[in-house]
Write a protein that binds this ligand. Structure first.
Ligand SMILES: NC(=O)c1ccc[n+]([C@@H]2O[C@H](COP(=O)([O-])OP(=O)(O)OC[C@H]3O[C@@H](n4cnc5c(N)ncnc54)[C@H](OP(=O)(O)O)[C@@H]3O)[C@@H](O)[C@H]2O)c1
Length: 266
């Protein structure tokens, strides 16, 4: 990391990273604009960043860019959420290259096509495998490392779609909702060892996932989302909505009686 001394620092029960303590950050799903922006926020503070993605060439480009701009140590490697057998080796690889993972961002996701999922069980399964099974698999491996060291933060990107099942996206929504429930349990498990888990429930953010979507609700900028997520992780927040107004929207949606809700075309 340039002229700066790199030290993998234990932050013990503190779930945050600061400007002075340089730690290692694992970004899973690094080609997501939100993930990429979060990687940039950590790199700007001087932290080492490992970019894991299906598109290894793009992960390498992001790593090179961060190295040039911020002078930090970077690494990159292949990660496919559905290739469960490769997850453990990736985690070992990251730790051997950059040291103990202090922050892990589980950012990958795939909304799939709801209509396709309704007619093709393998499409539905794929959405669940990526958004739930893959997320749990890699989170468990990272969590175990962190628990052994009594230090670390896991940030999971879930979705407001997981707060209530809607006909337009309930396959993806159910996988994201299950991931949020998983993160809640993981947070409970990790609490006594000083490992922190942040659940991020995203509303609309301007990425490939929302490209071409028509909505009256404002769509957030990935860079703004990244800053808010980093801040929430540093403060040790347990769960956040972003944009924040989604907490209010989902508060209303969640309390609607099912007898009424099932009649709505949502
Ligand atoms: N944008 C929103 O409005 C919104 C709302 C709610 C939640 N989210 C969540 O936010 C996270 C980031 O999504 P985004 O909005 O940035 O969308 P995006 O641009 O489509 O990024 C999705 C990321 O997931 C990766 N991915 C997909 N399938 C994968 C697999 N099998 N293995 C490994 N990586 C895989 C993609 O890699 P490739 O580049 O290889 O495709 C890409 O890096 C996701 O978890 C998403 O569910 C987004």
């Amino acid at each position: 990391m340039g002229s700066e001394l790199y030290l993998p620092v234990r932050v013990g029960a503190s779930p945050w990273t600061c400007g002075r303590c340089k730690v290692s950050v694992l970004i899973l799903g690094a080609t997501s604009p939100i993930a990429r922006a979060i990687a940039g926020v950590y790199a700007e503070e001087g932290h080492a960043v490992y970019l894991a993605a299906r598109d290894v060439a793009e992960a390498e480009r992001i790593a090179a860019d961060l190295k040039v701009r911020f002078g930090v140590r970077t690494g990159f490697g292949a990660f496919d959420a559905t290739n469960l057998d490769a997850h453990a080796a990736l985690v070992e690889q990251v730790e051997s290259e950059l040291g103990a993972i202090e922050v892990a961002l589980v950012a990958f996701g795939d909304m799939g096509e709801q209509e396709e999922s309704e007619t093709d069980p393998s499409a539905a399964r794929r959405v669940i495998d990526i958004n739930y099974t893959g997320s749990v698999s890699v989170s468990e491996l990272v969590a175990q490392k962190m628990i052994e060291r009594s230090s670390g933060t896991i940030i999971g990107l879930s979705s407001v779609a997981g707060d209530r099942g809607r006909q337009s996206n309930y396959i993806y929504g159910s996988a994201k909702g299950a991931f949020a429930l998983y993160l809640q349990g993981l947070r409970n498990r990790c609490f006594r060892s000083g490992v922190h888990v942040l659940t991020v429930k995203l509303g609309f953010v301007d990425t490939r996932m929302t490209y071409g979507m028509e909505t009256a609700i404002p769509v957030a900028d990935p860079a703004d989302a990244a800053l808010a997520i980093k801040r929430a992780a540093s403060r040790g927040e347990n769960e956040m909505y972003y944009p924040r107004f989604w907490r209010g929207i989902m508060g209303v949606i969640k309390v609607m009686p099912e007898a009424l809700f099932k009649r709505l075309n949502l």
